[in-house]
Design a protein around this ligand. Sequence first.
Ligand code: BGC
Length: 457
Amino acid sequence: MSGDSAAHAYRNVIVTAATAGLAGLLFGYDTGVIAGALLQITPDFGLGSFASGLVVGAVPIGAVLGAWIASSNSDKYGRRRLILAAGIIFVIGAIVSALSPDTFILVVSRVVIGVAIGVASAVAPVYISEIAPPDIRGRLVTFFQLAVTVGILVAYLVGLAFANTEEGWRWMLGLGAIPALALVIGIVRLPASPRWLLMVGREDDARAALQRVRTEGPEAIELEIQEIQTSMNVSEGSWKDLLAPAVKAALVVGIGLAILQQITGINTVIYYAPTIIQSTGIDSDFSSILASLGVGIINVVMTVVALRLLDSRGRREMLFIGVSGISLSLFLLGLAFLVGADKTYATVMAIGSLMLFVSSFAISLGPIFWLLNAEIYPLSVRSKAASAGTMTNWFFNFLVSLTFLPLIDLLSQTGAFWFYGAIGLVTLWFCWKFVPETKGRSLEQINDIFTNRAKAR
Ligand code: BGC
């Protein structure tokens, strides 16, 4: 292949991954916007605590449903069409939610938004992993997590901009349609996943799709096609196939990380950062908002760091470093609350631990769950298994946000953060014992790891 066309293919694959990664924006934007919007919706609609819970919880519950819908449809219609559908549904949901005349329509439109987010988060990482060359797959799939963090940050800023506007929440929710529209416009120009094309028997189209995103010449592309075809013993697996020993071994990793990513408490910080910061003794709204913006910025910056390191240092090393930081910072955060909120050094310690916590998450569990969930399953059951991981992740996201405040009532702040810190230690053990190194390997070679693991049992 000539230098020019190689450079062209390299640019294509980056643009393709970045465009599909925009799917993460939908997810991040909603995560970041709802707390601020709710502050205004509650008095406008006269919501009680149950109704507020419904408005917030509608999205993760819809997302569980969306990931379920993606499980078989992503094989039937293809990854790209599903991401497109998710973008369109999100645009409609965002507009309807912004115009909601009452709580019922608001909750229903947020379930619809949730469905779009669920579909997008189940399919986009898989799509990126299927078009990516092995040596930069970690970086490319991490575009998705980067978009999540950018979405959260943008939403914090939008929330701030409309905080004092009458019915500003309508703007906050409605503006989510813009990134979704960008996704819709971008995704139609991308190639379909070559692995999906092979799965549905469209070999020539698969070859053409690979030519668009590979820097190597025709021989290497033929080899890649052969490798995919050899690993593809059945065209589309059933749910029962998830119980095959090699798939089960991979599911332990995917489902395990889906749960641990959430129950180490990331969203207690993302959703409640201003509250946590205020309870460390800072009583000005402005400073606590500033500190939460700090959390949003650090999350983005450290995800960029992860992007650079995941393919060189590897997934396992990043997990060990990041999860150790997660545990340490949670113990320090608990300690800061124990020392007392009125002491300056305790406040500094609390804010420092929050920053360390978010940074550590951003270089490890944040991107690596989505990455592994997209790369460890065999093609025949990939969309079902990745959807199962995604559904689990959203369900635990919902559970943690529901139980955080009651947990503080039960155990105090110190107890709650030490509890999450202890789960961090369990996560460290889990990663050491179960998570394989997948850097630089093709998706088909990753299958072999789990097949050998299952044989060794
Ligand atoms: C998690 C989300 C979280 C976000 C924070 C994602 O990987 O799945 O639950 O809000 O990271 O950056």
